[in-house]
Write a protein that binds this ligand. Structure first.
Ligand code: HEM
Length: 138
């Protein structure tokens, strides 16, 4: 995982007004409308929490224990909301699409590759937190 590339590329697209994650939700709900009912109406609150989660992950890339525990617990909560494994691919796809759009000409294919790899790893750790008897994680 290229921590420096993840940090510099996130700095290109992240703003304190949650613009990245708000744009992400707009793309997610447009491309995958079936997931919309899982979420509450208050997407602004969601966008704030998701931004904070992404920043925390980037801040802890050198801390596998934190990543495994925190993302496992987050995954367990997602299991409770009925989030299935395929939906994680949709989230990765739409987050990277939002980054590409906001990054404009400064965004590179290497940045896309780094974020696909990172979000796949985050998804994998979240799915490891699903209860052992859950059939949502496969
Ligand atoms: C990269 C993977 C993901 C991350 C980092 C992430 C992060 C978060 C965070 C931080 C929250 C706030 C709630 C909490 O702290 O417990 C949350 C809530 C939620 N997430 Fe995710 N999530 C991810 C993937 C997904 C996927 C794939 C779905 C399904 C489409 C999803 C659906 C939800 C729902 C339904 C909620 C609760 C929404 C509400 O209260 O309105 N998440 N997520």
């Amino acid at each position: 995982m290229d921590a420096e590339l993840l940090e510099t590329s996130l700095a290109l697209v992240d703003t304190p007004d949650d613009g990245l994650t708000r744009h992400f939700y707009a793309i997610l709900f447009q491309r995958h409308p079936t997931v919309r009912p899982l979420f509450s109406e208050d997407t602004a609150r969601q966008a704030k929490m998701l931004r904070s989660a992404i920043i925390s992950v980037v801040d802890h890339l050198d801390d596998p224990v934190w990543l495994t525990e925190t993302l496992g617990e987050l995954g367990a909560r997602h299991a409770g909301w009925g989030v299935v494994a395929d939906m994680y691919d949709a989230v990765t796809e739409c987050m990277v699409a939002a980054m590409v759009e906001l990054g404009g000409e400064a965004w590179t294919p290497q940045m896309t590759d780094a974020w696909v790899e990172a979000l796949d790893a985050v998804s994998g750790l979240m799915l490891l937190g699903y209860p052992a008897d859950s059939d949502l994680a496969s």
